[in-house]
Design a protein around this ligand. Structure first.
Ligand code: ACM
Length: 634
């Protein structure tokens, strides 16, 4: 393995481009590297087409990025003859490029970015910034380096028009400034859609002027620390001062900030389930109303998820489909939401509705009789269809999680497939639009490495699996698949440092899955490109997970009922050292070469990976009792 690695390095060294090898994420459609370098210089000039404010905005974006890290002044002019960097918009659209594509030409004398639209120019700029040294990511001026970009001819355009990331701002609130930072970070990798999960049981995060209690009551819970979902029940006198919400001015500012970076915002108001914050504000929206009965959830358990069985609520967190006031409420909410968000879709949630309280409700029984609804799936479908009518009355299209298929899909609804790809496949068969975001490949709240190291979550999604995300399943007409997205639920994410850790590098894998041509995806080329991005994250002060350097541990049953441990790695070129004597292993310890039986009296296994003689993975410490549990040994 190590010899192969050495050979690869030597070959890279002899390729003639050395340090300036091109390394981009997402991988473009076509890259031809040329001899030579382009050097940024002080008082450089960007030439832009006349009378094109969007192109001018992209030029200001590039100039600001250059100035921040280099300290160089950069001018913007309309004169096309004398510039260092040229922006061109095709008069007759280049049909190879679609709306978001670009051509980037870097020569020793000048850079030119050509596109059909300003969005294409923006993506050309993002690729150009990735060609510059990692120091371009520095938040302050870096002196005494050569700001060189390798010469190249790049042609590029996206595979999908919907390239999304979802951020849950309900479970934990993130501020306007934090959301803007998120938009900057995602747009660097050519994501163009931010799905904001604005409401849930733990908080309502958007001002609705006609329903003020949604934010005076619904945006606040009790701050708890530890593992979400297991918190103690808040006492009546504990202060409810944890949370927050976006004012409508905040939303307008975020929307503008996103538009300036060619990012659409999809607002989600989750209903009829996940609605405890709304019900705590307006209890009459529940089928089981009652004064002083409902509080915004603070992370204490109130839903039960039996393995293999139906989940149910200990508290009713659903809007009541049998209550006309609920539809008046939804109308008010979507009137204001539709006016704030220019994007053509509104997301109505629709997932994980616990219906055990509906089962006993007289109002639901009467609704079923009146509307001839045979079961609770049909009750849910009745609700979703009415919501679709409301959303359409505001001039928007509706999208929902794949549970909206239950009981019959609303006539025009788009489906976001999260419980695997099954729902998406079914919706596409019914000729509905689909966005793929399956838990199996695209849930970024899952642990990304071994449970002994990662903050606990109930499932794992490693980088190499996220990289295998393929939005178009076999046998499905691709014209119904609008694209894909990854979802970042924030039950266990309390701050932006951990948000970044969970996003990166897996969001890079998703970015490549939704932008790059399918045949261009290649794990072995992706890994070194990820490591280049790590250097950039370090420079920018962005946190990321190093889990790809840690071993994958498989524990099985060996002789004499002892665990047998099989170790693999996600990436090539790593050596694993281990101990069973409680001391910390290093490269003088036994190297893993074949499955090992845990010694009879050992109580702890410790492991670490090295690369080229240096430690690179984290020290892993796993009790043998845990290994036995994983192996199914009593
Ligand atoms: C979901 O993850 N409940 C959509």
């Amino acid at each position: 393995m190590r010899l192969l690695h050495l050979l690869v390095c030597l070959l890279a060294g002899f390729s003639g481009f050395g340090q300036n090898n091109i390394s981009l994420i997402p991988e473009p459609v076509s890259v031809v590297q040329k001899e030579g370098l382009f050097l940024l210089k002080d008082n450089g000039v960007i030439a832009i087409p006349a009378n094109h404010p969007d192109a001018e905005r992209v030029a200001h974006f590039l100039a600001a990025a250059i100035t921040k890290a280099t300290g160089y002044k950069t001018g913007i002019i309309n004169d096309t003859t004398t510039a260092d960097i040229h922006f061109n918009l095709y008069q007759t659209p280049d049909s190879d490029l679609s709306t978001e594509g670009y051509r980037l030409s870097v020569t020793p004398g000048a850079v030119s970015i050509s596109a059909n639209t300003a969005a294409g120019l923006f993506y050309g700029v993002q690729s150009f910034l990735q060609l510059l040294p990692k120091e371009i990511m520095s938040p302050s001026v870096v002196k005494n380096i050569s700001w060189a970009a390798p010469c190249a001819e790049i042609t590029d355009y996206p595979r999908f028009g919907w390239r999304g990331l979802m951020l849950d701002v309900s479970r934990h609130f993130f501020t306007k400034e934090e959301v803007k930072q998120f938009i900057d970070d995602m747009s660097r990798y050519k994501f163009n859609l931010l799905h904001l999960h604005l409401t849930d049981d733990q908080g309502w995060r958007i001002e609705i002027k006609s329903l003020p209690k949604l934010t005076s009551v619904g945006a606040w819970n009790v701050k708890k620390t530890g593992r979400f979902g297991t918190f103690s029940k808040p006492a009546a006198d504990e202060p409810r001062d944890y949370g927050g919400f976006f004012t409508q001015d905040d939303i307008r500012e975020i929307v503008q900030y996103a538009q300036d970076r060619f990012v659409n915002i999809l607002p989600e108001v989750d209903m009829p389930g996940h609605s405890l914050a709304a019900i705590a504000s307006y209890p009459e929206l529940s089928c089981t109303p009652g004064a002083d009965k409902y509080r915004v959830n603070s992370g204490e358990q109130f839903m039960v998820w039996p393995s293999g069985g139906h989940f149910y609520g200990l508290l009713d967190n659903t809007l009541c489909p049998a209550n006309e006031k609920v539809y008046e409420f939804i109308d008010k909410v979507f009137t204001e939401i539709a006016a704030l968000f220019p994007f053509e879709y509104i997301h109505m949630g629709g997932d994980e509705t616990a219906r055990n309280f509906w089962q006993k409700s007289e109002a639901i029984k009467a609704l079923m009789k009146r509307e001839n609804l045979k079961n609770l799936d049909e009750v849910q479908s009745y609700f979703v269809k009415r919501v679709e009518k409301i959303i359409e009355s505001k001039g928007k299209k509706m999208i929902g999680w794949d549970e909206i298929l239950q009981g019959g899909l609303a006539p025009n609804a788009a489906v976001m497939s999260w419980r695997g790809t099954k729902g998406g496949i079914e919706a596409a068969k019914q000729k509905h639009e689909v966005v793929m975001s399956p838990t199996t490949f695209a849930y970024l709240d899952y642990m990304q490495g071994d449970a002994s190291l990662e903050p606990p979550v109930y499932a794992t999604l490693r980088l190499n699996k996220a990289y295998r995300f393929e939005p178009v399943p076999d046998g499905v007409d691709p014209k119904y698949i609008k694209g894909g997205q990854a979802n970042l639920w924030t039950e266990q994410i309390y701050n932006t440092r951990h948000m970044q850790y969970m996003l990166w590098p897996r969001a890079l894998a998703i970015a490549e899955s939704v932008w790059s041509p399918r045949e261009k995806k290649n794990w072995n080329s992706f890994v070194p490109r990820v490591e280049k991005q790590f250097e950039r994250f370090d420079m920018a002060g962005i946190k990321y997970s190093p889990a790809l350097y840690d071993p994958i541990i498989k524990a099985g049953k060996g002789v004499n009922n002892l665990p047998v441990i099989e170790l693999t790695t996600e990436i090539p070129g790593l050596d694993i050292y281990y101990s069973f004597d409680n001391s910390f292993p290093d490269h003088f310890y036994p190297e893993y070469t074949e499955p090992v039986i845990v010694p009879k009296d050992a109580s702890m296994m410790k492991l670490i990976t090295y690369r080229d003689g240096k430690p690179i993975g984290r020290m892993m410490v796993i009790p043998v009792a845990e290994l036995k549990k994983r192996a199914g040994i009593k």
